[in-house]
Write a protein that binds this ligand. Sequence first.
Ligand code: ADP
Length: 479
Amino acid sequence: MEIHRNLIGGEWVAGLELLENINPSNTEDVVGRYAQADAAQTGQAITAAKAASPGWARSTPQQRHDVLQAAASEIMSRRAELGDLLAREEGKTLAEGIAETARAAQIFDFFAGEALRLAGELVPSIRPGVSIEITREPMGVVGIITPWNFPMAIPAWKIAPALCYGDTIVFKPAELVPGCAWVIVDVLHRAGLPEGVLNLVMGRGAVVGEAILDSSDVAAISFTGSVATGTHIAAKCAQHMRKVQLEMGGKNPLVVLDDADLDTAVNCAINGAYFSTGQRCTASSRLIVTEGIHDRFVAATIEKLRSLQVDDARKEGTHIGPVVDQKQLDVDLAYLDVGRNQDGAKLAWGGERLNRETPGFYLQPALFTETSNTMRINREEIFGPVATVIRAKDYDEALELANDTTFGLSSGICTTSLKYASHFKRNAEAGMVMVNLPTAGVDPHVPFGGRKGSSYGSREQGRYAADFYTQVKTAYTLP
Ligand code: ADP
């Protein structure tokens, strides 16, 4: 089997160790073999990115556009093949894998266009004869550290703006999903990036990640992952006075009011809580439901849960793929135990470990009812197909419960009332608000990010991405 290598300074470089990438739907299936970089190779990648930085910073908008556009076209035309790879290595269903791959292509396409729209401002000075130019300059070398749950889309939404705005990159993907990361880098490399502009260093967080954090040549770090790692990265970046952008967890509420359309509410809950096996930072994990609709909502949600097929991610008819690995499955099972035996919630549906034709990490999606917002299952992010129902007496209490969390990524409401929808949009303490839509599922051309413990630093995606990937310069001229 071919060994996929790291890209350092334009060369594909073998690693000292190898990692076997395992299919979570069938642990006997090895998806691929991937080189693991060490700290020294990571250092070489940073050096290469630094050397390439002045050249790429001066590259023309057309050059950046052409690379990004070529990547977008290739990824879009290969979406069936690459979506299958995504489903095989991460466990999203094939439909989800293909959709995410197409999303990655859309993101490259968006930033290809943005490269042609780079502009600054010319501002009159308060001093006679002086003119002021405000421009955005690249940051330099950017470290990109990504998680396993969106192995195509998240690398795309960090790499595309970095290249668009003239930065060079050291990219460290999550250990569980080297396949998608390698493909994105291969596509961009062949699309004509100069050597050293994009470097791939697959490997462990404690080795490769730390080497990136410790380098004074890395000007900015964009990270998506756990709160624990994000907090550690923020502290390290403070030591270096380095720009940092963190996207971490969520404990996203979906409020369902008495006047909601029941089908809409159930569909939002099922999609938001369980699709992608609940492994989305925007997943609806707390379903906050007012008295008048509570029992009907719970009954209809369980009815829908009964019809969901949990099986091999790539099998036709599968709605929910496996959990990503044994470690995450253990976390999910531990929280199911906490919910039942410590918190005293009622497990109204699911939560069993499932056996399928092939050995995989299959878990029946679970719904807890009779929960209170102080329970651990309502405070801590589980990151699995587990949701809870919290009963609220009215809209005011529902809003209070929705905001009573240390997180603030996405917040949803199902209602037919313009009054409540408008009030909720203004008062939800979250970076993103959804009305009659699942809390997960966003557009690629608008800002993505949260508040409180969910996010740190400026927004990702859309034009707002420029705030992170560039630094502003104000130049005064007296001719
Ligand atoms: P998860 O628990 O979901 O895997 P992590 O936050 O551990 O989330 O991982 C997200 C990304 O952060 C991965 O690419 C991982 O390798 C990386 N990472 C983990 N530990 C460190 C670290 N100490 N320094 C830098 N990156 C790290």
